[in-house]
Design a protein around this ligand. Sequence first.
Ligand code: GDP
Ligand code: ZN
Length: 447
Amino acid sequence: MASRPPDTIAAIATAPGRGGIGVVRVSGAGLAPFAQALTGKAPKPRLATLADFRDADGRTLDSGLLLYFPAPHSFTGDDVIELQGHGGPVVMQLLLARCVELGARLAEPGEFTRRAFDNDKLDLAQAEAVADLIDAATASAARSAVRSLQGEFSKEIHALVDELTELRALTEATLDFPDEEIDFLQSADAFGRLNRLAARLAAVFDRAQQGRLLQGGLHVVLVGQPNVGKSSLLNRLAGDELAIVTPVAGTTRDALKGSIQIEGIPLHVIDTAGLRETEDEVEKIGIERTWREIERADVVLLLTDAQHGVGDAERAILARLPAAIRRITVDNKIDLAGRAPERRETADGVSIALSAKTGEGIDVLQQELLAVAGWHQAEDVFIARERHLQALREAAAHLAAAEAQLPRLELFAEEMRLAQQALGRITGEFSADDLLGEIFGRFCIGK
Ligand code: GDP
Ligand code: ZN
């Protein structure tokens, strides 16, 4: 940790644009004189004070509320001042410029949260939850982010690390008395402990995996021949008119994105240009883009016209889909075909019959999408990111390797150390500086 006092940083913390209130946030060391110079009076800790914010000549730039949180009881752990002024972009810029005049420098993205992390106010998983809360696309995602922010995810990680530490300590103690190795395995119940640890880790992984879905959402790409009803299905899923629906083939030339949710899972649906052989240059570009979207998708929905079903054109598309990508065939327009909505398992995978026009069978598709995503309704999900899942997977692999090493205690201990290190990356105990830079660099300015 830094031994020098932190320099003073400032940023507009509220979103750009006009609003009732705008906030300039300042963090640094010894900010009482800073506040005094700005308002002409000594700030009162942890009290909102009505004040005039003044320029160097004593003229009032704005009047509003001044909040002063002396270290260490602040968001960053250093002195923090918040100026709540009128939320216009020019007023905010004037206040920010005045703060710079008083010695602050402009904060980098995420720098306030980075300081909170450096000062042990938050661990890394909590800091990431701050950004995930701000970015939350659904109410469920926001609730899960708050849960992580309050440390529920971190608490689980700490509990795992504590158990690992205990088992490692027992191992190390035994290593000092080599004759008692067999004794250790029995009396310390090494296998039993390892199994319980692995089970607990698996439970944490499941919760984190649900959280990852809430954080990132499910990326769905709609493909199929022109006119099968891709845009209509997107609109039906979105519940409003997002894409252009016309009876003319090839209307949706661009990949069109709509953000939708099912049971709180954000769904990023991309409606693509019809995949067909074409000489039209613009359409060709759209089709190339479709294939690029497909490569990034979690699920591909291949639409067909229920009156025709899967034909040569659809088979060609299915054959070209990367093997790892999950797919659902959708037979659309059952209202015209006189069929009932249904879910079937076919040689080409799951097939769902529905009507984008009447809405029949849409619920079946929604449930299938959730199932494909691995979502199960859970109350206690905490927000998580892919990097957390990777660390948990790695820890699980080291636990499995540890078990395989028994009764070779030295190798067993080493695998457990590696498992612990993987877990420590989640909370930031073992994290390289460039990873931290990347994580905080993605924050918005003022956070
Ligand atoms: P896209 O080219 O695949 O995006 O197809 P559109 O969504 O633009 O639909 C093409 C035409 O089919 C439009 O006239 C839609 O109203 C119609 N359509 C789409 N889905 C259905 C459906 O389920 N039933 C009926 N009867 N018509 C549909
Ligand atoms: Zn379309």
